[in-house]
Ligand binder design. Structure first.
Ligand code: TPP
Ligand code: SF4
Length: 282
């Protein structure tokens, strides 16, 4: 399929200039370049502007409850581990409600590509503070300023044992496409935090802000070095884009002997009639 053929035909309702358009284009381009058909892809989306990705891709999809993308992705992937599973959620979705699932998906090394549209706020609900909002920022939910420390999600991922940690940016769509391709090709949990300006409610993190600070990691950067990776993600003035840490590790499905020969869906056998049991609860 060509990138254009991944358009579902539904017109996005994202605000003009929203960083989500670039993420959409990068996903379509990555799938097309990798020659993966839409029928072999499941896009699991959370709730939020980020979650609307589901409406715009001609793939299979599942719109989950807020923060529950990764449990659903786990079920989908284990039912048919041959599918390509791409997960889209916001920083509120994944680092707020979903943060426990994030850590456990990392521990399992579930073979999915997790894209977090990190605009540092809750976009769809009009700009409240999220876990990555800076301390002191005044928002609708924090009129006197945020008093909590912001989360560094890449540090959380690295400390939880993530073996593919990357950072992309909506202002660098080709670069982002390559990161998504690398994530899909990675056998395990590929986590990509995407700097995504919210042009309507984002107060600090604009395209101008990022354009002044981002730089791309080049070939001299050793992404297998954990200490280097930790240093990169705590840099203050500059923001590194690229694969920050990567290491091979057994992915989850490969550790299940029952998934060795075939997908789980094909081995469930005859469905059992449980209507008698259910009748007891009427
Ligand atoms: C359990 C639950 N709590 C709250 C909401 C309301 N809600 C819908 S979208 C949203 C914010 C989403 O923010 P984020 O995940 O950062 O995504 P963005 O819209 O910024 O892409 C909230 C709080 C909800 N749908 N479900
Ligand atoms: S509110 Fe922000 S995140 Fe949502 S569509 Fe508009 S610009 Fe994008």
């Amino acid at each position: 399929m060509k990138a254009m053929e991944f358009n579902s035909g539904k017109i996005p309702v994202w605000c003009p200039g929203c960083g989500n358009f670039a993420i959409w284009n990068a996903i379509k381009g990555a799938l097309a370049d990798l020659e993966i058909s839409g029928k072999d892809v499941v896009n699991i989306s959370g709730i939020g502007c980020s979650g609307k990705m589901l409406n715009h891709l001609r793939t299979y999809g599942f719109h989950t409850l807020h923060g529950r993308t990764l449990p659903v992705a786990t079920g989908v992937k284990l039912s048919n581990h041959k599918l390509t599973v791409v997960v889209n959620g916001g920083d509120g979705d994944g680092y707020g409600m979903g943060v426990g699932h994030f850590i456990h998906a990392i521990r399992r090394n579930l073979d999915v590509t997790y894209l977090v549209h990190d605009n540092h706020i809750y976009g769809l609900t009009t700009g409240q503070a999220s876990p990555t909002t800076d301390k002191g920022l005044k928002s609708k939910s924090t009129p006197h300023g945020v008093i909590d420390e912001p989360l560094n999600p890449l540090a959380v991922a690295l400390n939880a044992g993530a073996t593919f940690v990357a950072r992309g940016y909506s202002g660098e769509v080709e670069h982002l496409k390559e990161l998504i391709k690398a994530g899909i090709n990675y056998k395990g949990f590929a986590y990509i935090d995407i700097l995504q300006p919210c042009v309507t409610f984002g107060k600090t993190y604009s395209y101008e802000y990022y354009d002044e600070r981002i730089y791309k990691l080049d070939e001299s950067y050793d992404f297998t070095n954990f200490d280097n990776a930790m240093k990169k993600i705590w840099e203050k003035e500059k923001i590194a884009l690229g694969i920050i840490y990567k290491k091979e590790r057994d992915e989850y499905a490969s550790l299940h002997p029952q998934l060795k020969d075939d997908i789980l869906l094909n081995s469930t056998g005859k469905l059992r009639d449980i209507s008698d049991e259910l009748a007891r609860f009427k």
